[in-house]
Design a binder for this molecule. Structure first.
Ligand code: GRF
Length: 200
């Protein structure tokens, strides 16, 4: 059983999927703490409902990014977090978090990376005219959505799709592959070999 720290900025539907899988005993992990950079993130309510400690650190209130991230690291260490899960955390991770958690920090992205990194990716996928898109869970490195890929799931893109319908189809997959990636990590089945993630 490993302790997870989940970092959020908003809705928290991926957080919910992780909590539900943990509570159902489907993954050998438990959410030890939820950290949000916004006090109005709905994910905070979800944490409270499940009696999970939740804290807010607003970056604007800190001297600089390093001081802000040190506070996060302190909390993660206090809660004995072994895997950090970014779940709709809308900030670029800096040197302090990477220094402490690189290789133990993962993210979910609503596209088939390396296609469409960054923001507004479902719109970018539609505008580009792709016929397939999907979701990716990957390790976090210093780049934006560039780290080694752990799991991906593909969905079809239809001509009738809007940003909303495509996002919903992708989100359904996110809620499956995020717990799956956590399970693989918690079971010690993941090995990073350069850019590649090998699943034992
Ligand atoms: C998801 O689409 C995730 O892939 C992206 O941000 C969104 C967060 O949604 N990084 P939620 O807060 O988990 O509902």
């Amino acid at each position: 059983m490993i302790n997870l720290g989940v970092l959020i900025s908003g809705r928290g539907s991926n957080l919910q999927a992780i909590i539900d899988s943990a509570e159902a005993g489907q993954i050998p992990a438990k959410v030890a703490v939820v950290i949000s950079n916004r006090s109005d993130a709905f994910g905070l309510e979800r944490a409270k409902k499940h009696n999970i400690p939740a804290v807010v650190f607003e970056p604007e209130k800190f001297k600089d990014k390093n001081t802000y991230e040190l506070e996060i690291v302190k909390t993660l260490k206090q809660r004995k977090v072994e895997l950090v899960c970014l779940a709709g955390y809308m900030r670029i991770v800096g040197g302090v978090l990477l220094e402490h958690y690189q290789g133990r920090m993962i993210n979910i992205h609503p596209a088939l990376l390396p296609a469409f990194p960054g923001l507004h990716v479902q719109k970018a996928a539609l505008d580009h005219g792709v016929k397939v898109s999907g979701a990716t869970v990957h390790f976090v490195d210093a780049g934006c959505d560039t780290g080694p890929i752990i799991v991906q799931a593909a969905v079809p893109v239809f001509e009738s799709d809007t940003e909303e319908t495509l996002s919903a189809r992708i989100l359904e997959q996110e809620h499956k592959i995020y717990p799956l990636a956590i399970k693989l990590f918690a079971e010690g089945k993941i090995k990073i070999q350069g850019r590649r993630v090998v699943i034992k």
